[in-house]
Design a binder for this molecule. Structure first.
Ligand code: UD1
Length: 337
């Protein structure tokens, strides 16, 4: 029996595959390399000593997915495959809705055909929208401010409806806060294409000399130092959360929703200064305008994940900075040769 991991060559997917392989699970990856690199598969093998089964296909391609389910004995699915850039989603809304919704719908259709009814879905804290008090708790209402966010809200709704219609489904929706860091081997990590949108890859590309300085998006927020506060979570802690969620799906029916965050808020300036202290690299920054759509503060109430799955973050902000830097300095061009 195998776990099918869609988007298993991506940033969160690859770290999750490593955790699954380390536990002796059989893993089948399906990825179209839209936002990832074949080299990841070699690196996963280097870390774990195992090469996961791999299909280069698009999850929106139903015939291709049916073929995978015919070839393999799939017991559960972790669904990461999807587009994830907020700004791009505003420029290309139809592509985002098509890809993120169709992949989820086609996947559920094919799972149903083969009687596979255990699914862990990659959601985001973005579904809390703009109007809540922190910390964010799972029972708060959901909303979005951009097409990417709406695809997460909509996929969550589709999956909740699926489990209402058929009580044999076990669906776990994981709402990630801000994943950063890399595997401690330095062999896999985040490899954004083009100029990074997110803060940590931007910081590490400044440190490695690819970019000149970090633009801090506003220092007039209602936060201790005026810069945005987020809940950063080490990618390996996040990956381990998926293993716990899979175990949960094996023992519970219905839809379960968990925040995966540390419960701690860190400001932009705190992250930059921690990175400089840990790595001894200079990271020049300039205070600029706010980025539209950003909120002041976002952090998780992560007690449900602890109470239900005995999962909590174990790594510190220093670990996140050190591991990001190891990956970035060992792979200044990412996975590209
Ligand atoms: C962003 C997305 C969110 C998505 C998440 C995935 C937006 C508005 N939100 O979250 O929907 O789920 O990524 O990882 O894009 N910052 C700077 N300079 C930079 C980049 C960021 O100051 O060059 C600041 C931001 O204003 C924010 C913090 O750093 O306060 C974190 O930003 P980022 O890493 O982009 O994550 P989010 O905006 O929280």
């Amino acid at each position: 029996m195998s776990v099918l991991v869609t988007g298993g060559a991506g940033y969160i997917g690859s770290h999750t595959v490593v955790e699954l392989l380390n536990l002796g699970k059989n893993v089948v990856i399906v990825d179209n390399f839209y936002n990832s690199d074949k080299e990841v598969l070699k690196r996963i093998e280097q870390i774990t000593g195992k090469r996961p089964k791999f299909y280069q296909e698009d999850v929106t391609d139903k015939a291709a997915l049916i073929n995978i389910f015919e070839q393999e004995t799939i017991e559960a699915v972790i669904h990461f495959a999807g587009y994830k850039a907020v700004g791009e989603s505003v420029q290309k809304p139809v592509e985002y809705y098509h890809n993120n919704l169709m992949s989820t719908i086609v996947l559920v259709e094919v799972m149903k055909m083969f009687g596979v009814k255990k699914l862990v879905f990659s959601s985001s804290a973005t579904v809390y929208g703009m109007h809540h008090e922190v910390p964010f708790v799972e029972n708060m209402s959901t909303s979005a401010t951009n097409p990417y966010g709406y695809t997460k809200v909509m996929c969550e709704q589709i999956l909740k409806d699926v489990s209402v219609s058929d009580n044999e489904w076990s669906i776990v929706l994981l709402r990630y806060f801000n994943p950063i860091g890399a595997h401690e081997s330095g062999l896999i990590g985040e490899d954004p294409s083009g100029i990074p949108n997110n803060l940590m890859p931007y910081i590490s590309q400044v440190a490695v000399g690819k970019l000149e300085h970090v633009n801090v998006f506003g220092n007039d927020y209602d936060t201790p130092d005026g810069t945005g506060v987020r809940d950063y979570i080490h990618i390996v802690d996040l990956a381990k959360g998926h293993v716990k969620a899979l175990e949960k799906a094996n023992t519970t029916k219905g839809t379960l929703i968990y925040n995966l965050g540390s419960g701690q808020g860190t400001s932009v300036l705190e992250l930059i200064h921690t990175f400089m202290k840990v790595t001894k690299q200079d990271v020049p920054y300039i205070i600029g305008e706010r980025r539209s759509g950003d909120i002041a503060t976002c952090y998780a109430d992560a007690t449900r994940a602890w109470n239900d799955m005995q999962w909590k973050t174990e790594k510190t902000l220093e670990d996140m900075c050190r591991d990001t830097w190891r990956w970035q300095s060992q792979n200044p061009k990412g996975y590209a040769k």
